[in-house]
Write a protein that binds this ligand. Structure first.
Ligand code: BV8
Length: 254
């Protein structure tokens, strides 16, 4: 179905949009995805890097991976797909965004109403005391062999402020994600392979409430069958087209 017919469907009632984001939205900003052909997981398995056990066994390897990601991130800029969601938020059409991404590009693009459900890579925390700090260029200049220790309690290693496999999500953020999803009458699923739970269950919550679910991806995913529409193509092309037509249509109706 083309974008105009989807917009027809979406504007039958006043749209209240919530978006679920995955690594695909940051691809155009130069950030590799996890499971794509050039994805991070190709060289390593998720279980070798993004679990507390992996960190306890080989903190150097885990820090090497996160520092490699942060170094790319230092020069990355939000792209037009991030910016199109910020436009929806400014027009009062988007009520919230749930991002699995830890890159912070949505915040740099100016987004205000979001939850970083898997944490944020630009910050590190001590696994024991509550110390938390933002990473910067100087810290990244350190040799990968130097492991960062907590300057507060002095004894424990710092770790990236992200949620690893086998760790529970922040309950307040998860509650906010559910609340927004149940309030939405339109759910945009953007650039995610839909394999990581419990975020991958959000479209089912939206479906229960009768929301219109639209997937923006370059390929089919396990979530596609739950979506009402799939806009196949790079989201940096499809999403701005969708949001611009939607905003124009709503302005005309005012
Ligand atoms: C938890 C760390 C309670 C941060 C990540 C229920 C069923 C099955 C399994 C489970 C379940 N409940 C819990 C589990 C276990 C586990 C899980 O889901 N395992 C899966 C893999 C089977 N979940 C957890 O452990 C979660 N915790 O549930 O707590 C609990 C506790 C213990 C035991 C049970 C329950 C915690 C999950 C958080 C994991 N942390 N990363 C970091 O380093 O980033 S996950 C990792 O994958 C990233 O964070 C990322 O956010 C996430 C999802 O990946 P995507 O963003 O979708 O990226 P991907 O590369 O996969 O896909 C990119 C997509 O973009 C593709 O579809 C591609 O086609 C598309 N694309 C590419 N280019 C474009 C594009 N689309 C549009 N335009 C483009 N240009």
């Amino acid at each position: 179905m083309d974008i105009d017919s989807i917009i027809e469907e979406v504007t039958k009632t006043e749209p209240k949009i919530v978006s679920v984001l995955g690594a695909g939205i940051s691809k155009a900003s130069g950030m590799p995805t996890f499971r794509g052909e050039d994805g991070w997981w190709n060289q390593y398995r998720a279980e070798d890097l993004a679990t507390p056990y992996a960190f306890s066994q080989d903190p150097k390897l885990v820090w090497e991976w996160y520092r490699a990601r942060m170094r790319i991130l230092l020069d990355a800029k939000p792209n037009i797909a991030h910016e199109s969601l910020v436009k929806l938020e400014k027009e009062g059409i988007s009520i919230g965004t749930i991002t699995q991404n830890v890159d912070g590009l949505h915040e740099i693009a100016g987004m205000k109403k979001y939850v970083e459900i898997h944490g944020r890579i630009r910050y590190s925390k001590c696994s024991i005391c509550n110390y938390n700090e933002r990473w910067d260029k100087e810290k990244l200049a350190q040799k990968d062999s130097d492991l960062p220790y907590c300057p507060n309690c002095k004894t424990n290693l710092l770790r990236p402020d992200v949620v690893w496999f086998g760790e529970t999500l922040d309950s307040a953020k998860w509650e906010q994600a559910i609340k927004w999803t149940l309030e939405a009458n339109v759910l945009l699923v953007v650039g995610t392979s839909g394999v990581v739970h419990p975020v991958a269950s959000l479209p089912y919550y939206a479906r229960q409430k009768g929301a219109v679910i639209i997937e923006f991806n370059v390929e089919e995913t396990p979530l596609s069958s739950t979506c009402d529409f799939s806009l196949l193509g790079p989201c940096e092309e499809t999403l701005p087209k969708f949001t611009d037509i939607l905003i124009q249509r709503l302005k005309k109706e005012d």
